[in-house]
Design a protein around this ligand. Structure first.
Ligand code: OX2
Length: 818
């Protein structure tokens, strides 16, 4: 390939166009006349990447040569979204891009749309990691995101004629990926299996197979910081060439088996969100990226030596464990220091302890990963030994602290029963320096409930860092109209770097002219979303109805069931004539949700929502007053269109179950009002935007707990609330299944007999608050005043603030430039 000269900066539109032409010629091999839109996208990405190159290299040099500790964010998921617009924004090249591409005869938006969205995450946890690396770069903090470059991301969701979810493979890498740079020279060997033997008084691991980890580097440009960090995603490749002997016997499939097995490791993202599957391949994935990343950090920070002084490792980098997925990295660093570099146990422990911190993202017991010791022993026998020793040391420490036998048993990292397991959250909590929850309430519940014994013994380890979202992607890119209005209202665009400045909008909530402009922006966003929905999904949405949205993974605790039952109850009121259809506030109920492929009730809920949508659409009695729209394959692209268009945001999980939520923050920042429970970050959002500007309903954590204790009987609520009864009866009697009473029988039976997340108990409160919502909506000026106050008071939920909290409370490091 012909090397192009280093780009000058800042770039004019003409120069940008020239460079695109060159990239078209020298990388794509086409003239602008021959080029397809996708070619122009690839060429543009190539140009943008080259423009970031100097800053990227300088950031790395400054990081290695200076004394600013870096952050290694270890995460099995990075849900990045499309890259082009974000890179252009952060590099300050958007206007030049628009002009250049138009000059070449292409539509800039079509070029942006040509990018295929990588889906390397499930939901909030993966998107949080993406927001965090954006903020780290924007704040100038040297950082690596470390993860896996899955060949197949989260499945592509379709709906069949019966409204059921179908999962299709997401082979995103079958498209060109101009952002990822494969670096074959900086690969790492990751070993598995075999046994541990004694040699000269030392334990020596003799692995039986190995995988080659090859880094694929993505640039992470900061917004207006001049800094570019690295997202390093590992790809698994085989070391073994064809086994020629086997091949000659023409047993082809046997010959390629080792390759296939090795490459399986980075093949597919596990599609479970907030629930774990104890699969061998998953543990292989976890060890694969944890091991490669730690070795990589040693390579980066101790260049040109095979005798690094690892006693300084914790001054070079701090590893944040994004949930338990990378926790196997703890025994791995111990092993590397002891076995590969000859340190003693205590030194290795001290460094490991200082290097790692752990973020817990859940309260659901089933989401706290636990691995059978037998499986760890089979895949990673040396690590099992190290974990055993950590556990011993831990028990001695607890005994010295006077912990009771019972308490020690409850806290064991490695359990002592017939089938011992390793509790990864406990390992991380004990071994790491800090453990944090992701919202105030969540962090409190971690201390009081989930990790209570640990917080009793190690209270100082427990911290809170409330989540945040990047305002660059989720306001500026997603909502250009609102961004312009904010800048107009504040007289500056500095809010993109300091989101607290949004407070300056609060007085404007009393300025009717501004409120009208704000309302106009929301309306235009609704029209734009309706157009998008028409084009992409063939849906007919009425932008003059309230856009009422619930987007999140489909999970019982999130309670999509509550929403659909309320909609059905309204439908039932129309059918029975209890309400006059003319009196109904027209609403478009929008859902976005994927269900884990093996999650039976979640998938059935999707089917129900789709079929309620159909019945309502086809019923003339409804007269178009209510409508359900469920776009399939909800992803970041759809989120960026939908959130700015939403007026009412549904955050209706059972109190004490949603660790934080992050769409709640995106909605508030984009001027939606929330209807929600006191759960996760809802609590803090409500505190900040004001109780008057938030629709609160439902049981509190304490009330939920009490009800569990008393014994919860959902059928009582069914009998007591005629609207609820009517809604459930409609599901049971086949109204949404062509008269078939069996279709939803499992769902109905679960509601009436189990209802673990108390959907039925919260139904009446949820129903009652709808009248308040409708009443306020009838007064558009008031509604929009409150929406503005949501925007003005949500600056706290910038991921820049979250990262600053991590810097102060946990990482104790700083920007390269301050
Ligand atoms: C999610 C949590 O469910 C959600 O509440 C939170 O906002 C998000 O993480 C980011 O912190 N898997 N996904 C999550 O937790 C786990 C485990």
């Amino acid at each position: 390939m012909t090397e192009l000269t280093a780009p000058k900066s800042p770039l004019t539109a003409n120069e940008f166009a020239d460079e695109i032409r060159q990239a078209l010629k020298y990388t794509q091999g086409v003239t602008p006349e021959q080029a397809k839109t996708a070619d122009v996208y690839v060429a543009t990405a190539t140009v943008v990447r080259r423009h970031l190159m100097d800053s990227w290299m300088k950031t790395q040099q400054d990081m290695i040569n200076g004394d600013t500790k870096a952050v290694g964010y270890l995460s099995a998921e990075f849900l990045m979204g499309k890259q082009l617009r974000n890179a252009l924004l952060n590099a300050g090249l958007t206007p030049q891009f628009e002009e250049a591409v138009r000059g070449l005869g292409f539509d800039p938006q079509a070029v942006v749309d040509a990018e295929y969205e990588p889906g390397l995450g499930n939901g909030g946890l993966g998107r949080l990691a993406a927001c965090f690396i954006d903020s780290l770069a924007s704040l100038g903090v040297p950082a690596f995101g470390y993860g896996i470059q899955y060949k197949y991301g989260i499945f592509r969701q379709e709906f069949d004629d019966e409204g059921r979810q179908i999962e299709r493979p997401d082979y995103w890498l079958s498209n060109e990926d101009p952002w990822g740079h494969i670096d074959y020279e900086r690969d790492q060997r990751v070993n598995f299996g075999g046994k541990v033997v004694e040699e000269n008084g030392k334990r020596v691991w003799k692995p039986s197979w190995a995988v080659r980890a090859i880094p694929v580097d993505y640039m992470v440009p900061g917004y207006a910081s001049g800094r570019v960090n690295t997202l390093r995603l590992w790809q698994a490749r085989s070391y073994d060439e064809f086994d020629l002997l086997t091949f000659n016997k023409s047993e082809y499939l046997d010959a390629v088996k080792p390759q296939v097995k090795a490459e399986d490791i980075s093949k597919v993202l596990y599609p479970e969100d907030s629930t774990e599957v104890g699969k061998e391949l998953r543990l292989e994935q976890q060890y694969f990226f944890a091991s490669a990343s730690i070795h990589d950090a040693i390579r980066v920070f101790y260049p040109d030596t095979d005798k690094p002084d690892l006693t300084t490792f914790a001054d070079k980098i701090t590893f944040q464990l994004n949930d338990t997925h990378p926790v196997i990295g703890i025994p791995e660093l111990m092993r590397i220091m002891i076995d590969e570099y000859g340190y003693d146990w205590d030194t290795a422990w001290e460094v490991t302890h200082k290097t790692f911190n752990y973020t817990c993202h859940t309260l659901l017991p089933e989401a706290l990963e636990v691995w059978p010791a037998s499986l760890i022993g089979k895949l990673l026998p040396r690590h099992l030994e190290i974990i055993e020793r950590i556990n011993k040391q831990f028990v001695s420490e607890l005994e010295a602290k006077g912990a009771s036998e019972d308490q020690i048993k409850r806290m064991l990292i490695l359990t002592d029963d017939e089938h011992p397991v390793v509790r990864m959250a406990y390992l991380a909590t004990y071994a790491g320096s800090n453990v944090n929850g992701v919202a105030e309430l969540h962090s409190q519940l971690l201390k009081d409930v989930t990790l209570r014994d640990f917080s009793d013994v190690y209270p100082a380890k427990f911290k809170n860092v409330t989540n945040g979202v990047t305002p660059r992607r989720f306001i500026k890119l997603a909502n250009p109209r609102l961004s312009e209005l904010i800048t107009e209202g504040l007289g500056t665009d500095k809010w993109l770097e300091d989101l607290d400045l949004l407070e300056g909008l609060a007085p404007l909530a009393q300025d009717d002219e501004f409120v009208k402009k704000f309302a106009a922006v929301k309306h235009e966003n609704k029209v734009a979303f309706a157009d998008f929905s028409k084009q992409r999904y063939g849906a007919e949405l009425d932008a003059n109805t309230m856009f009422d949205t619930m987007i999140k993974r489909l999970h019982e605790y999130k309670r999509q069931a509550l929403k659909i039952l309320e909609i059905i109850a309204t439908y039932s009121d129309i059918k029975s004539g209890k309400v006059n259809v003319q009196d109904i506030t027209p609403r478009t109920y929008i859902f976005g949700a994927k269900a884990a492929p093996g999650y039976y009730l979640a998938k059935m809920t999707i089917q129900l929502i789709n079929n309620v949508a159909k019945v309502i659409d086809n019923d003339p009695d409804v007269n178009g007053k209510i409508k359900i729209f469920f776009p399939w394959n909800y992803n970041i692209e759809v989120a960026q269109m939908l959130i700015p268009a939403t007026e009412l945001d549904e955050q209706i999980s059972q109190a004490g179950k949603e660790a934080s939520g992050t769409s709640n923050m995106k909605f508030a920042l984009n001027g939606a009002l929330t209807v929600g429970t006191l759960d996760g970050a809802n609590v803090e959002i409500r505190e900040r935007v004001g109780a008057d500007n938030f629709f609160l309903f439902g049981m509190t954590v304490d009330e939920v707990e009490k009800m569990y204790e008393q014994g919860y009987d959902p059928s009582k609520y069914y009998e007591a609330d005629p609207r609820l009864k009517a809604a459930i009866d409609m599901v049971a009697d086949g109204t949404f299944s062509n008269g078939d009473r069996n279709t939803y029988a499992p769902l109905v039976s679960d509601w009436l007999t189990k209802d673990w997340f108390m959907t039925l108990a919260d139904f009446s409160a949820y129903h009652d608050i709808q009248a308040d919502i409708d009443a306020l909506y009838a007064d558009q000026l008031e509604w929009n005043r409150k929406a503005i106050l949501n925007v003005a008071n949500s600056g706290y939920f910038s991921s820049d603030r979250s990262i600053k909290d991590y810097l102060d409370r946990i990482w104790h490091t700083r920007s390269l430039d301050k």
